[in-house]
Structure formats: C-alpha cells, structure tokens
Design a protein around this ligand. Structure first.
Ligand code: F6R
Length: 259
C-alpha cells in the first residue's frame, strides 16, 4: 500500500485524477469502479476537465459503481445513479450501456446481486476501483462486521452512516435504511484500488484502516491485504497516522527512483 499525503482537498483530487487518467490511458478497454459521496467530487471534476481539455476518452470505458440505496429509483435526486450522471457521466463521452450501477429498485435482490457479480466478471474484472471510506470504517456500504469475503448483497446501514448521509436529504428519516453494495471480497478483487479521504473527520478511521489490525469491524482495513492499493489523503485525514513521515519519505523516494 502506498500512502500519499497532499496539502488539501484540491491537491488530493488532482493527484487522484492524475493516477486514474494515467491508468485509463494504459488500456484500450478500461473497467473503472466508481464511488459516490462528497470525497470523489473533486476527482470527477478534474476528470471532466481532462476530458474537455486534454482529450481523456471515456468511449471504451466501462464503469461499475460500488453501491446504491435500496428503494430509490435512478431518477431520485439522492440516488447514486442520479449522482453519477450529474457529477460525471453526462459531462463525458461514456456510452450509457457501459454504465453499471446497482438497481435500488430490484425486485429480486438476490438474483440482481448475482447478476451484478456476473457482469463484473464478464467485463474482465475491475481494472481500477475508486474508493472512499465511511466514518465507521465502511468500504462501499460494507458496514462493521461485514465479512471480509462478502459479495454483492443487501446491507443494513448503521445509524452512524444514516446520520452522516442525512446531510444530503431533507431529514434523517428520509435516508434509506438499506443499500445494495459490492462486498468486501468483490471490491478487493479489483486489480488496483485508489482510496481517497479528506478532512479531520476521517483522521481517526483512516489511522485504524491503515495502521490498525485487519478486522471486519473496520472493513476498509481489508485493503491491507490488497497488493496494489494507493491511498490519497489530505493533511486533515492524515493527521492521526503514526508513520506519516515515513509515508512522505517513500513518496519522495518513489518519485526520485522513477525520474
Ligand atoms: C459511496 C460509498 C461510501 C462512501 C463513504 C464516504 O459509493 O461507497 O463508502 O465512499 O460513505 O462518503 P463521503 O465521501 O461522503 O464521506
């Protein structure tokens, strides 16, 4: 795992965009895993800018989103489908048929989840998965005690997640109680992962996920078992890391080595 610490949210987002775009440019057909929430918004803005100004091409990109609230239709303004179209897809040349987001209105949830897993496999697996982290340590919507081998399924959200996400809804009661989410096992089958975290509110959980034990209690800690994960933080999110200086030193040494 490599940990990159950048001065602020903007620098974190630019660093992430540089990485995502350079990976995208390496392959003709690229499978990109995507996250929603506040954290990747700066990354998506920068990818849109790169598309418009630098020809970053989404024509042959296939995407899979991590999760969707259960019970929200794609036209609901707080659905993750709506979020993705508003904040990325409608601004780039992605083909609608290449976009995959769990169906929050699926009638047969189990069947849908199996199909979602199947579609990822059919696409050749996810080349690069973009991730955020919840304040309770969740990756996608894999709340505490989700099996580290879990697959796509319906999950009950914690009160903490409901409260964290209430900011997007009129009030807390409107936040869905369930979500369809890729499992921890599904997420970390991606060939590469990039996890972003910003602000002091994530400092404690980031330290637990990176420097604490691998535990189902903090599902993001499973990234320690993944062989190609990069974590990009701003100073706030990095504040509680014990080996911050070493991560900075590695960052500098890697750059020097690659000169
Ligand atoms: C969203 C997702 C979640 C978020 C996490 C952090 O698709 O999978 O794990 O990444 O809840 O959300 P923000 O970025 O809003 O703090």
């Amino acid at each position: 795992m490599q940990v990159l610490i950048r001065a602020n949210y903007e620098e974190m987002s630019k660093e992430a965009a540089r990485y995502v775009s350079s990976e995208m440019r390496k392959k003709v057909k690229f499978v990109l895993g995507l996250a929603t929430g506040s954290t990747p918004l700066g990354l998506y803005k920068e990818l849109i800018r790169m598309h418009k100004e630098e020809g970053l091409d989404f024509e042959n990109v296939t995407t899979f989103n991590l999760d969707e609230y259960y019970g929200l239709s794609p036209t609901h303004e707080q659905s993750y489908s709506y979020f993705m179209w508003e904040n990325l897809f409608k601004h780039v040349n992605i083909k609608k048929e290449n976009v995959h987001i769990p169906d929050g209105m699926a009638k047969d949830v189990e069947k849908f989840c199996e199909e979602y897993e199947h579609m990822i496999k059919e696409a050749g697996g996810i080349d690069l998965q973009v991730l955020g982290i919840g304040s309770d340590g969740h990756i996608a919507f894999n709340e505490p005690l989700s099996s580290l081998g879990s697959r796509t399924r319906l999950k009950t959200l914690t009160q903490q997640t409901i409260e964290d996400n209430a900011r997007f809804f009129e009030n807390k009661d409107e936040v869905p109680r369930y979500a369809i989410t890729m499992g921890v096992g599904t997420v970390f089958e991606a060939h590469k992962c990039i996890l972003l975290a910003s602000s002091h509110s994530k400092a404690d959980v980031i330290a637990k996920a990176i420097e604490g034990p691998v535990a189902a209690y903090i599902t993001a800690s499973a990234m320690q078992l993944h062989r190609d994960t990069i974590v990009v933080l701003d100073e706030g999110a990095a504040a509680e890391l014990k080996r911050k200086d070493y991560y900075r030193y590695v960052d500098k040494m890697v750059k020097e080595f690659n000169k």
